[in-house]
Design a protein around this ligand. Structure first.
Ligand code: BGC
Ligand code: ZN
Ligand code: ZN
Length: 368
């Protein structure tokens, strides 16, 4: 069976002949891969500074943003049947009996660090013709989301991020929920206009936030057009400085970082409003040092009741909500959500996509 693998020992990304997986336990589901999205993490793994093959394998099958179709189910599978569309989650629990998060299916908060991640860390991923997975790690997708459900996993980053923001803001009266939309009367800023930023923008608008996108590229550009077509306001960091930007926006209640750059992020952190929450989702390369105005930032953190939260990976609820929200996006903004997928490619294009220049918004490899 054909698969796209990263071989760290040879610093090589290549097609590998991967053994076809079998249903060998009652809870197993065999899935035919349809679409796999490519993200910054995949590209980073292909520079060989991140990611790890399973023990005993010299390659790691890549791919963690996947949509597939069930082709076979084990005897104990309860909710899925042959023909269903499914999206798998990424992280699998550690094996320590004392890891409470993993015991409670919250491996996104694993407290030992010994979790594994499909397509990233010690377990093969989904850039292959078939994979087998336990039913509990698969999320059902309604058939009308066939074209866009590959965006579920990147949307889970925003789902978990915003869920975290709401948890933190329970400290405030507006965090307790008043029955109307949670974001009503509040301002949110999204840093970056890549797939994670755009999907986060959609989610924030859906929740009723007055939403601003602050990113690098000057207007006009396709990403600015896309976010403005759904009701966000776009500003380029080349046109307005962080303080000018903050002046235009007014009090900023939430900043959702999806840019993966620390210099820009810390500059904008200074602009967070009173009682605001800043959610970090980006993972910059560890090299390099930046200077930050530590005293000013610390004064703001205290005097303005800032909350700063980092978030990685996602739980089952985030996947379920992502799939529900993709349905809402499709109803409300059918063109915008489709235009996020800027390329659907045959398997043969893998090297260009993973190691060539980054282009478009979301590139997808289609196995079907
Ligand atoms: C994935 C997450 C994963 C993280 C760190 C991201 O690209 O979406 O599931 O936890 O990388 O490996
Ligand atoms: Zn990713
Ligand atoms: Zn754990």
């Amino acid at each position: 069976m054909q698969a796209i693998g990263a071989v760290p020992s040879r610093k090589e990304v290549r097609l590998v002949d991967h053994e076809a997986p079998q249903v060998s336990a009652d809870q197993h589901v065999k899935v035919r891969c349809l679409d796999v999205g490519i993200c910054g993490t995949d590209r980073e793994i292909c520079t060989f500074v991140y990611g790890r093959p399973p023990a005993g394998s010299d390659y790691l099958v890549l791919g963690h943003e996947s949509l597939g179709q069930v082709v076979e189910v084990g005897a104990g599978v309860r909710h899925l049947k042959v023909g269903d569309l499914v999206v798998p989650s990424v992280r699998r629990p550690c094996k320590h009996a004392h890891c409470r998060p993993c015991l409670e299916d919250r491996q996104d908060f694993c407290s030992t660090g010994d979790f594994v991640e499909r397509g990233i860390n010690q377990v093969h991923g989904f850039m292959t013709e078939y994979f087998v997975e336990d039913e509990k790690y698969l999320n059902y997708v309604p058939p009308d989301l066939r074209e866009i459900a590959v965006l579920s996993e990147p949307l889970t980053i925003a789902e978990k991020g915003l869920a975290q923001a709401y948890q933190v803001q329970k400290r405030l009266p507006w965090g307790k929920g008043t029955g109307k939309l949670p974001g009503e009367g509040l301002r949110a800023v999204v840093l970056g206009a890549g797939p994670i930023g755009i999907l986060g923008t959609m989610k924030l608008i859906l929740e009723g936030f007055d939403t601003y996108v602050y990113s690098r590229s000057q207007k006009p550009n396709p990403k600015a057009d896309l976010v403005e077509s759904i009701g966000a306001k776009y500003f380029s960091a080349k046109d307005v400085s962080p303080s000018q930007f903050a002046e235009r926006v007014g009090n900023i209640d939430v900043i959702y970082e999806a840019v993966g750059r620390s210099d820009f992020s810390f500059q904008v952190l200074e602009m967070l409003g009173l009682n605001g929450v800043f959610i970090f989702t980006g993972i910059p390369a560890p090299e390099g040092h930046i200077q930050i105005p530590g005293n000013v930032l610390m004064r703001h953190l205290v005097l303005k009741n800032f909350a700063v939260v980092g978030t990685v990976n996602a739980d089952r609820a985030a996947f379920e909500n992502a799939i529900i929200d993709l349905g809402k996006f499709q109803t409300r903004w059918p063109d915008a959500i489709r235009s996020l997928i800027t390329g659907r490619h045959p398997v043969g294009n893998f090297r260009e996509l993973l190691q060539g220049k980054a282009t478009g918004i979301k590139n997808v490899i289609s196995f079907a």
